[in-house]
Design a protein around this ligand. Structure first.
Ligand SMILES: [Zn+2]
Length: 383
């Protein structure tokens, strides 16, 4: 089973992120891996993170959702994990996909507060409502517990079982309007501090400025949560906009568009930030949609501009309207600025729009990140 397990861990790797625009919930990895009653297995297992991510996907009704994981440093040498699992967590840490901390303290709550994200935890947080009033809001603190088809969420306080996103706190908005630099060479979270050199790519320090996590304010000033070092202000963070791809009524993935990086979307476009849809398309859609079908640019005024780069052209659904008579053709090589609620349609049922305006509209079961772990599924407790 070892081969399948590493494939699952690879799949989970695509779902951990400290990108403030893409993370959908915050978890403490040291806590998650020990929720033994989720599968009745070993005392600690990294696969439980996959089960929790799947539960979040199901509950939100979206594929490819990502979580922001805080990791206590001790986890990198936790003897209850397999050596393979420890190696994987170390790689995530080196790449800045998770936050590794000597003293996590309440960093999980700080991140949730700054970014307005829900927290997935079994810890009782009632006593902290005075400090973080949103803890009392429905859907902001949920405990994953065993359910019939995998983990389900229950509320500690505030009620509701659906994860709810709030708005970024004023401090979060301020912190995320700037770029930050850590003085520690090769810092994976706030890189560019003079380290890295020839190995910068390998160390994962080339992350874009819009992907930087929120600094911690526990010292009163913007500080690197990993190194405890005071961060320097490296200027304004580029403007960004989160877009979402909806196929067959379901949001399959989100991506971030910045002023400096246009994004190509198509069957199989080239390039580091390109969005490849091939895996979700049927044969007919595959034939129609070009390798690189449309390109999105973010203008200086924050406007999203779409340019058709395809052979067959695209369409615009004004305000998200699904009325065929209202669909506006976007011929090959033409550009258009996205109006409020507009969706770009590459092929019937294959749409891209602003994430906030593009919700899943079908009851649907997202692809499991655990699809490669048949043994895990068999160990699920019976209802
Ligand atoms: Zn640092």
């Amino acid at each position: 089973m070892r081969f399948e397990i590493s494939k699952v861990l690879d799949a989970i790797e695509g779902r951990v992120s400290t990108d403030p625009s893409l993370a959908r919930a915050v978890v403490d990895l040291a806590e998650v891996i020990r929720w033994q009653n989720l599968d009745g297995g070993r005392p600690a297992s990294l696969l439980r993170l996959g089960m929790v991510i799947d539960a979040l996907s199901r509950q939100i009704g979206e594929d490819s959702v990502q979580v922001y994981a805080i990791v206590h440093r001790a986890l990198l040498s936790d003897a209850d994990l397999t050596s393979n699992e420890r190696m994987v967590v170390r790689r995530w840490a080196d790449d800045g996909l998770v936050e590794v901390l000597d003293q996590p303290g309440d960093r999980m709550l700080e991140v949730a507060d700054l970014l307005g994200l829900p927290v997935l935890t079994r810890a009782r947080l009632d006593g902290l409502i005075g400090r973080y009033p949103w803890i009392g809001q429905a859907g902001r603190v949920l405990a994953p517990v065993p359910g019939a088809g995998g983990p389900v969420f229950i509320a500690h306080v505030g009620g509701g079982q659906d994860p709810a996103t709030g708005s970024r706190s004023p401090a979060g908005v301020k912190l995320l309007s700037r770029q930050w630099r850590c003085p520690e060479p090769g810092c994976a979270l706030f890189g560019g501090g003079g380290g890295g050199g020839a190995f910068a790519d390998l160390a994962g320090t080339d992350r874009g400025p819009s992907e930087q996590p929120p600094p911690t304010l526990r010292t009163g000033a913007p500080t690197c949560p990993r190194h405890g070092a005071r961060l320097s202000d490296a200027g304004q963070r580029p403007r960004s906009e989160v877009l979402a791809v909806r196929i067959g009524g379901l949001v399959r993935r989100r991506f971030v568009l910045t002023e400096t990086e246009p994004v190509a979307v198509g069957r199989a476009p080239d390039g580091p930030g390109a969005v490849q849809l091939g895996q979700w398309l049927n044969d007919e859609a595959r034939r129609w949609i070009s390798r690189s079908h449309v390109r999105f640019d973010l203008g200086r005024g924050g406007e999203v501009v779409v340019t058709d780069t395809s052979t067959n052209g695209s369409g615009v659904r004004p305000g998200g309207s699904m009325v065929e008579a209202e669909r506006i053709p976007l011929p090959p090589q033409q550009s258009r600025t996205l109006g409020e609620g507009d969706l770009i349609e590459l092929y019937p049922g294959v749409q891209v729009g602003r994430a906030a305006e593009t919700a899943s509209d079908a009851t649907y079961t997202p692809n499991s990140v655990m699809a490669e772990a048949p043994t895990m599924a068999m160990r699920l407790p019976r209802p």
